[in-house]
Design a protein around this ligand. Structure first.
Ligand SMILES: Cc1cc2nc3c(=O)[nH]c(=O)nc-3n(C[C@@H](O)[C@@H](O)[C@H](O)COP(=O)(O)OP(=O)(O)OC[C@H]3O[C@@H](n4cnc5c(N)ncnc54)[C@H](O)[C@@H]3O)c2cc1C
Length: 289
């Protein structure tokens, strides 16, 4: 039996936000994290606001220069979406690594992000795509770069009365970006990542336009590394890969955890970033390798 105090089932976003302004409620999306916490008594005597009836939170659509992914979009929907396949294919690649079909049918991208777990597989790809989180409360909307919402393991700066309503990807700006996600886990399926690595690369006339990297499970929060401007104009060759690795090693403090030691993660970072970078290069035309 779940220790639930009250369950509210609003049918509009406004109704949900009004309820959240009046009392302390936990948003419930697919429930794949929340129900586990309720079952394990990590949460008890909790009142929830179930988001399932709010159509405005569902779906993937173009909004001007951006792709908007509603918070309630499931990973199965992401995998099957033509818009994701043409503008953000690595997000679908990452979604395929999450659990099994039953979980992917229920688990939402909004829940994956709002839960704040460092192992969340959607986050590195979203960071490489420079995603912006759209957050709403009765007081209004705010849009913040996704990387700025994570404050610690399992923690975000979403306020008690706020909902994550969607994620925005600047698709016009990302045209030509080739990306790749590698999830390293001990068992191949139904296991959380020991390290998640996403690399994004665009090359024009033989030189780099954009170069990004994001890491999950490397530190207490997901990390977005490398600035486009520092690498633009460079030739994407082997020497550059070594420079990238050295720069990344300088800029991060890797975590030690029961899943993997700091030293093992150092090794994985090197191997996986190199692999992901090579994979991106192979998708790009006219490159020296
Ligand atoms: C067996 C199993 C295997 C799994 N394997 C993986 C895996 O390989 N990779 C991976 O990344 N994840 C994995 N997960 C976790 C994954 O299912 C969740 O992170 C999922 O994406 C959360 O989405 P949800 O809709 O189920 O969220 P819920 O469980 O409903 O909510 C999660 C948290 O986010 C909050 N929340 C939800 N929606 C919003 C919103 N719109 N605004 C504000 N707060 C919100 C909730 O209050 C709660 O705190 C696994 C889970 C299980 C049970």
């Amino acid at each position: 039996m779940l220790d639930l105090k009250n369950v509210y089932t609003p049918s509009s976003l406004e109704e949900a936000l009004a309820l959240m302004a009046e009392q302390k409620l936990r948003p419930l999306a697919g429930g794949t994290d929340l129900v586990v916490d309720l079952r394990n008594k990590v949460l008890d005597n909790t009142s929830v606001v179930a988001l399932g009836r709010i159509e405005a939170l569902r779906g993937i659509r173009r909004e001007g220069d951006s792709l908007c992914i509603g918070a309630l979009t499931t990973f199965t929907e992401i995998i099957n979406s033509e818009l994701i396949a043409s503008h953000a294919p690595v997000l679908a690649e990452a979604a395929r690594t999450i659990a099994g079909p039953q979980i992917r049918n229920a688990a939402t991208i909004g829940g994956n992000v709002a839960n704040g777990a460092v192992s969340a597989d959607s986050i590195p790809s979203l960071l490489v795509y420079d995603a912006v989180a759209r957050i709403q409360s009765v007081e209004g909307k705010r849009e913040v770069p996704l990387q700025d919402i994570f404050t610690g393991p399992g923690k975000t700066n979403l306020k008690q009365n706020e909902l994550l309503t969607g994620l925005l990807l600047p698709v016009e700006e990302l045209a030509g970006l080739k990306a790749h996600y590698i999830k390293y886990s001990v068992r191949k399926s139904m296991d959380l990542a020991v390290l998640g690595v996403a690399v994004g690369l665009s090359v024009k006339d033989g030189v780099i336009e954009r170069l990004r990297c994001a890491l999950g499970v490397a530190a207490p929060v997901p990390l977005r590394l490398l600035r486009d401007v520092d690498w633009a104009g460079r030739q994407p060759d082997e020497a550059l890969v070594e420079e990238i690795l050295a720069e990344i090693e300088r800029s991060i403090q890797l975590r030690d955890s029961w899943r993997a030691s700091k030293e093992y993660r150092e090794h994985l970072v090197r191997v996986l970033i190199r692999d992901a970078f090579k994979h991106c290069l192979a998708q790009t035309e006219g490159i020296k390798s």
